[in-house]
Design a binder for this molecule. Sequence first.
Ligand SMILES: [Zn+2]
Length: 565
Amino acid sequence: MRSGLKRSKSTSRFGHALAAALTRWYLRASPTPRERFAACRVPRPSRLGPYIMRLFHRSPSALAAAALVLAGPIALLHADAQSPRAPVHAQRARTLAIRNATIVDGNGTPARGPADILIEGNRIGRIVFLDPVALKSGTAKRPVADVEIDATGKFVLPGLINAHAHLQNERGKVAQPLDYNLKLWLASGITTVREVGSDSTDLLFRTRDASALGTIASPRLLIYARFSDPAREAATPAEARLRVQQLKQRGADGIKLGGIDRDLMAALLDEARKVNLRVAHHVGVEETNALDDARYGTTSIEHWYGVPDAAVVAGRQAFPSAYNYRDETDRFRWAGRLWREADPVLLGRVLDTMVAAKVAWVPTLDIYEASRDLQRAQTQPWFRDYLHPTLEEYFRPDPANHGSYFLGWSSTDETYWKENYQIWMAALRDFERRGGVIGVGDDAGFIYQMYGFGLIRELELHQEAGFAPLRVIQHATGNNARILGRESDLGRVRAGYLADLIVVNGNPLENLKVLYPTGIDDVRGGRAVHSGGVEWTIKDGITYHGPTLLAEVKEMVTAARQARR
Ligand SMILES: [Zn+2]
């Protein structure tokens, strides 16, 4: 403990015991775990616990004095220097036990529990499944830890991975706090982000490195730097190779590729393989399509266009003569009529070719949802308290903003898009059935999708596409880890893996909506209750309290709105 070092050991130990006892007393004075789980989105006890601990670490003597006056007798009754403490928000304990957890792993196996998960530093040390008989007789051998989370009635999953995301500190050249973006990710249970292209690569590297050191509240970041160089676009295969080498030297974890001609693509992917960089390809309607990704070795296809585009019999979609690809309304309107032009037999062959070449697919279904239901996209309930005014302004239809193509969007457009989704979702099912790897990303910060919330919506859309929730969670954890080349230390609840875990209030296998940081409204015993939400997001062994993060985001948004009045 940082603040404890300067103080005498006995004061420090006494203070610890007192704070722990206070927290325990508070927990006991509150409803039972079951009631707590059922009753509220921000469970008061665990919300207060971190605050007590944080206060204590800032000013231990003040708190100790206050505690003695206010709750001394009760606290002393329970005081025990050996007792574990409640976790502290944004700190890593030496050892942390998550008790009585129901575990959903990232490899598609069914839920199992109860188990105690022991975290040692930033790694998962041991997972001990609890034998009910031994538990009852008190002979169960349970791991000992400095800090404990009681996960009774809760589900523990690997931290979610967002494989297609943008870290943004501005929208439309208007500033937006980086913290807003990062905290929404963490509050949504996201512990790893594959960043696929923002304008300020230096800022990305700095944020990535600070996150790795644990000095900022942030998921771990893998930076897939944009291949496209605004200063000078690569025009020859030699220049494409040079650009890859430069990005490698600058410290990129991978490359994000947009539309590109075939000769440049061949050169860049060959060079990327040589320097060991993975490539995420936003495959547009270009000279190249999904078959080129398979031929030259792209790691993952982002979104979808190039997949049906490779299965159009005529070789090119039947665009109207006035069509202009650079006009976003044209592009999104006619994209809604692309899947229907894909020949089913050819499409099957394209999917097989992708599978054989090990090209994964990160579809980002959520980012096109406004195209099939604009009103839904524009009225999402979390906008009220959590939509930053910068993002709100950016979402307004304006030809100057990317993705704001909805001026004149019609019921006809929405109807085509609904059909488009059905064929797309069927292709995703088919792709996985043929052995393909599907990942999850949200592409938030565009088109009415908020950071974090967008990823949970993406999970719901994977369920709508026909994947069982167990498989959907695998898409967001185990599969994403594979796509990132991190399947040996991320995406699983497994001993030896990095301690990236989430503790969820509720069963996501029954209802993926429990993962929304704002939780869900439910009925229990005839009473309306609010529950759900990610209680703890543990990244690299550091415990982040979901409701605290969300409260901080709300404060940020409120202050920014007031400043603009
Ligand atoms: Zn994107």
